[in-house]
Design a protein around this ligand. Structure first.
Ligand SMILES: [Fe+2]
Ligand SMILES: [Fe+2]
Length: 151
C-alpha cells in the first residue's frame, strides 16, 4: 500500500457516510435521529483522519519546499473549518426540534460539499506529492543540520 493508502480508504468511507447523510436531508425532522448518528460517526472519523493527515502534512512542510507550503496551508485551514462545521451541525441536531431544519440543511450541505471538494483536492494535488516524496526521499531538515555540523 502507498503511504496515502490508509488516507484514501478513509476518504472512501467518509464519502459513503456523507452520501447517506445527504440522502436523509430531504426527509426533514423525521430523520433527525439517523442524521445525528451519521453526523456523530462522520465527526469521529474526520477527527481521527485529520490527526493522521496533519502529521503527514507537517512532515511534508518540514521539507520547506515552496511547492508544498501553499497547498498544505490551505488544506490545514480547511481542516479547522470542517471540524467547526461538524461540531455546529452536531450541536444543532442535539437541540431537538428547537433547531430549524433549514439551518440544519445549510450546515450539513456546507460540511458535505466542503468535505468532498477538500478530499478531491487532497487526492489530486497533495497525495501524489506525499507518495512521490516517499518513493524519492529528500534530505530531511535534521539531516541537513547534522550535515552542517559535520562540515
Ligand atoms: Fe484533509
Ligand atoms: Fe483527507
Amino acid at each position: 500500500m502507498t503511504p496515502t493508502g490508509a488516507l484514501r480508504n478513509d476518504h472512501d468511507v467518509l464519502r459513503s457516510k456523507l452520501a447517506l447523510l445527504e440522502g436523509l436531508l430531504p426527509l426533514g425532522h423525521a430523520a433527525r435521529f439517523p442524521m445525528r448518528e451519521f453526523t456523530y460517526s462522520i465527526s469521529r472519523l474526520l477527527r481521527r483522519h485529520m490527526e493522521q493527515e496533519t502529521r503527514v502534512l507537517s512532515r511534508l512542510r518540514a521539507m520547506e519546499s515552496p511547492r508544498l507550503l501553499a497547498p498544505t496551508s490551505a488544506l490545514l485551514d480547511e481542516h479547522q473549518d470542517q471540524r467547526l462545521t461538524a461540531t455546529l451541525l452536531l450541536d444543532l441536531l442535539l437541540r431537538g426540534s428547537d433547531a430549524p431544519m433549514d439551518h440544519i440543511v445549510l450546515c450539513a450541505s456546507h460540511l458535505i460539499e466542503g468535505s468532498r471538494e477538500h478530499m478531491a483536492r487532497e487526492e489530486t494535488e497533495v497525495f501524489p506529492l506525499i507518495d512521490e516524496f516517499h518513493e524519492h526521499p529528500v534530505m530531511q531538515p535534521s539531516s541537513r543540520l547534522h550535515a552542517a555540523r559535520v562540515n
